[in-house]
Each structure stands twice: as structure tokens, then as C-alpha cells.
Design a protein around this ligand. Structure first.
Ligand code: FES
Length: 70
């Protein structure tokens, strides 16, 4: 997949479904220095929806691990 396709998909893919927060916003928070799920949640507002982060915490953890393995 080309970078522009990845960027489009990141804008369309919701990581935090409750708060409709896309992958692009989560990735930006990580790129800006967030290194834990709690920090990402504080910056983006993820994890504060109806499920209290049960669904998005796992996906955010995976993105943090991906970023740390780059
Ligand atoms: S999916 Fe993020 S708080 Fe529910």
C-alpha cells in the first residue's frame, strides 16, 4: 500500500469507536511523544467513551508497540 493510501485509511479507520477518533489522530499523538495508552487518551480523548476504553485500549497498545518497533 502506498503512503497516501495508508494516510487515507488512517483517517477513515476509527480506533476509538465510542468517540469516533481515527487512527491518524492516535498516530499523531504517538509521534508527538505519547508513550502510554493513558497519555494517548489524555491528548486525544480516546478511552473516555461508553466502553471506558475496553475496545480501543488494545488497539492503542498495538499502535504503541508498532511505533516502538520502527
Ligand atoms: S472505543 Fe474508545 S472508549 Fe470505547
Amino acid at each position: 500500500m502506498k503512503q497516501f493510501e495508508i494516510d487515507i485509511m488512517d483517517k477513515l479507520t476509527k480506533v476509538c469507536i465510542c468517540k469516533a477518533i481515527p487512527k491518524s489522530v492516535i498516530k499523531k499523538a504517538i509521534n508527538d511523544g505519547a508513550s502510554t495508552v493513558e497519555e494517548v487518551n489524555k491528548i486525544t480523548g480516546s478511552g473516555s467513551g461508553g466502553c471506558s476504553g475496553r475496545r480501543c485500549s488494545i488497539k492503542i497498545t498495538e499502535l504503541l508497540e508498532e511505533y516502538n518497533n520502527l
